[in-house]
Design a protein around this ligand. Sequence first.
Ligand code: KIV
Length: 262
Amino acid sequence: MNTTISLKTKKQSGEKISCLTVYDASFAEILADSGVDIFLVGDSLGMVVQGRETTLPVSVDEMIYHASAVRRGAADTFMIVDLPFMSYSTPELALKSAGEVMKKSGANMVKLEGGREMLKTVETLSSRGIPVCAHLGLLPQSVHKMGGYRVQGKTEDSALRIFEDAIAMEDVGADMLVLECVPAEVAKRISQNVEMPVIGIGAGVDCDGQVLVLYDMLGISKGKRPKFSKNFMEGQGSISAAIKAYVSAVKTKEFPALEHSF
Ligand code: KIV
């Protein structure tokens, strides 16, 4: 099984890290057998599994339900579990929610969205032995505040803010960072200036790894596929072959191409 240490070693050695979202035991088994480095049990399950408009209604119990199923499907893959909307609005609540997720689901790390306003919370979790993946750039839980699912960090000021937030997150103990929908140049600069692995989604090829929503990359999400995603089922005869093609494309830096980047 990967660990926070082995994932940092991959970054240092230049090996790209493959990550996919996963929400159940059957897919977990296929993904593990296909060589995916990290599972993300994302609160995107609210949209792709539950059919909701946003991720906001997802509860801690629902995250635990799905993450436990994933863990039963694959015992040995490093698993990050999202803390859902409003389950970490104070450091104390975050400790309670993250503690429950870690105890009940077998998670190896929790992920939470937000920048400098979350530093105390990340420090609290990290200092109690809970590994944290920060999430900067487009924050789906703040979709209403952000006015939609938009690329972030396009101006000098907003790019600097994301850069400073990434550095600060590492300083208070974050062990990983997801960067969502930011210009490739911004993501490259951040990846080069932190030791923690930076996993991009719509953040260009120079991140230390890539993540996609499983249903998008298998072409089974309803609606228009996001620009940064790719249907890996095209030309493949099985789900397993599609996942292996994704892992290989990430490792060889064929994915994401310029057409998937901002
Ligand atoms: O919930 C999720 O699937 C995520 C990814 C989009 C990174 O957070």
